[in-house]
Write a protein that binds this ligand. Structure first.
Ligand code: FES
Ligand code: FE2
Length: 338
């Protein structure tokens, strides 16, 4: 099996196809449900440039909308989490209720054709799974169908009992699929993560592709904070277990050559007594993540140079890469001959 054609990673028109054919049609990890437990709590994110937010209404229901004013297109809520008793556009102060109804258009003037009820916020889909909130703009499947084998994989892990304590965002200059190719293989661990390599039994590192999921496992040696299991889920989120908790991440493209990672760290024990241990786990975890950025950036440059033609993928270590790339190419389709 050969690696994917480098044009999939660097061609802006492919990225535009992903922005219409892939990201809006898949469920995207928004974050922990605990961020949205209070009435009026919101969380606003970007999905490959599409701005959306979720809000807990006064009626207790969670809903999600495009973060886009129906008047002249301003962003309604700043990215991140917070409280918004009313949704007021910062531009001309139109006000929406938390169920998406337009309530007030100050200083608008007389217009016989204008009716508030014609200008609701555009609602998108929202679903919860085990303490995690997902949103989808125009989903092609149910959340359960997309989650596939991760549902059974995590059945015995009490993930909904872990509490989200920290969010970290990191950006780097490489296509999101270069980072994903890298995430779904452990082949690079000896070369890129020497400390991590020393902490696992690499000879027993195993990668398998499943429905909607790639699982990587390796027996940890003494002192590894990971539990020896790393999961990636189609199309762009990950979940790794560590002692007493887990992290999730979403791999979000900013454009065809820039990517942001949004990491959430969750712990079972959030007592003060373990604050230093938690901070240490998070710092070591993030250090491993950052070790991948440079190799992704340099690979992106080589793909962008046009000098690379696809090489062979390892049957032992790159099954996840094959799976991810086959999913991507099934959506984007074959490229014309160069
Ligand atoms: S763009 Fe939102 S009120 Fe004008
Ligand atoms: Fe890595």
């Amino acid at each position: 099996m050969l690696n994917l054609d480098s044009r999939y990673y660097v061609d802006p028109s492919i990225y535009q196809r992903e922005r219409t054919e892939l990201f809006p049609k898949t469920w995207q990890l928004l974050g922990p449900a605990s961020d949205l437990s209070q009435r009026g709590a919101y969380s606003a994110i970007e999905i490959a440039g599409h701005k959306v937010f979720a809000v807990r209404g006064k009626d207790g229901r969670l809903r999600a909308f495009r973060n886009l004013c129906r008047h002249r297109g301003a962003r309604l809520l700043p990215e991140g989490t917070g409280r918004c008793p009313t949704i007021r556009c910062p531009y001309h102060q139109w006000v929406w209720a938390d169920d998406g109804r337009l309530m007030n258009v100050p200083w608008f003037g007389e217009d016989a054709d204008f009716r508030l009820e014609d200008w609701r916020l555009e609602e998108i889909r929202l679903a919860e799974w085990r303490g995690l909130v997902f949103v989808a703009i125009e989903p092609a499947t149910t959340l359960e169908d997309q989650l596939g084998d991760v549902i059974a994989e995590l059945r015995d892990e009490p993930i909904e009992t872990y509490k989200a304590v920290q969010v970290e965002r990191m950006t780097f200059d490489a296509n999101w699929k270069i980072y994903t190719d890298n995430f779904v293989e452990g082949y690079h661990i000896p070369g890129i993560h020497p400390n991590f390599f020393a902490a696992i039994d690499f000879e027993q590192f195993k990668t398998t592709a499943h429905d909607g999921m790639v699982r990587m496992t390796a027996p940890p040696r003494e002192g590894l904070f990971y539990r020896g299991k790393w999961l990636w889920m189609w199309p762009n989120w990950t979940l790794s277990l560590f002692d007493g908790g887990m992290n999730t991440s979403r791999i979000n493209p900013l454009d065809e050559s820039r990517t942001e990672l949004i990491y959430h760290f969750y712990f079972a024990d959030t007592s003060e007594q373990f604050a230093a241990a938690r901070a240490d786990t998070i710092a070591r975890n993030l250090a491993v993540v950052r070790e991948d950025f440079e190799v992704c950036l340099e690979t992106h440059r080589n793909y962008a140079s046009g000098d690379y033609s696809p090489g062979p993928l390892s049957p032992r270590h790159e099954k996840g890469v094959v799976y991810f790339q086959s999913m991507v190419s099934s959506i984007i389709g074959p490229l014309a001959a160069p």
